[in-house]
Design a binder for this molecule. Structure first.
Ligand SMILES: *[C@@H]1O[C@H](CO)[C@@H](O)[C@H](O)[C@H]1NC(C)=O
Ligand SMILES: *[C@@H]1O[C@H](CO)[C@@H](O)[C@H](O)[C@H]1NC(C)=O
Ligand SMILES: [Cu+2]
Length: 204
């Protein structure tokens, strides 16, 4: 008996799952990720947008539509800037940005938040948040300490060159359930505002 991946997915209740940034709006599916990663990944995310990278990798890499060069699952789960242009945040150094995470199902582990250069998938500057143990403990969302789900980051200086164009950098939340061996990523698109032009002042 043959089951398509889509049919198999339909049999799985949304049990594999587990976290995503809800504030500010994070990258979601669209036509760009469909052409980069294929429709199998897109359908899985459509079913559960908190799903984890290892599962998505299994699904995506068997899809003929998966293009390894364009679909980096370990950066924003393969989700693409072109699908999120309506949600680009504009920040400047010193801005305090509230972040909210929907932590659907916890898996205790480690997590961090950083700015990542999207071309190289390399962190720009220091971590903005690090939990080097004890992130997302417990059995249900209510077991997770509030400050792991709602916190703020301060936009650092030094991003003006690397991140002045939308799409060049993302703010990425990354979480690894260490026992579950499940990785979660969620990305906010932003750009650093050009410094205010000094107006020539004619006032005495
Ligand atoms: C994720 O899915 C939930 C509902 O299942 C929805 O409310 C939310 O807007 C989605 N977020 C993104 C970034 O796709
Ligand atoms: C932080 O996140 C990156 C993924 O962006 C991961 O590879 C790295 O191991 C994490 N480091 C720490 C200290 O949490
Ligand atoms: Cu899990």
């Amino acid at each position: 008996m043959y089951f398509s991946t889509a049919a198999l997915l339909a049999l799985i209740p949304t049990a594999f799952s587990h976290g995503i940034i809800t504030t500010p709006p994070s990258r979601a599916i669209g036509s760009a990720v469909t052409s980069a990663c294929g429709s199998t990944l897109v359908n899985a995310i459509k079913q559960d947008n908190t799903s984890y990278v290892e599962q998505l990798t299994k699904l995506a890499t068997t899809d003929k539509g998966y293009k390894a060069a364009a679909c980096n699952l370990y950066l924003c789960k393969g989700l693409q800037f072109a699908d999120n242009t309506a949600n680009v945040q504009t920040w400047k150094a010193g801005d305090v940005v509230p972040i909210k995470i929907w932590l659907r199902i916890p898996h205790e582990g480690i997590a961090n938040v950083s700015v990542v250069d999207t071309k190289s998938n390399v962190k720009v500057g220091e971590f903005l948040k690090v939990w080097d143990k004890g992130y997302a403990p417990g059995r249900s969302e209510k077991d997770v300490p509030l400050d792991q789900k709602e916190f703020s980051i301060t936009v650092p200086t030094g991003l003006e060159t690397a991140c002045s164009n939308a799409g060049d950098c993302v703010l990425q939340w990354w979480w690894l359930g260490t026992a579950a061996k499940q990785t979660y990523e969620s990305c906010v698109d932003f750009k650093i505002a050009a410094p205010a032009k000094k107006e020539r002042s004619f006032m005495a």
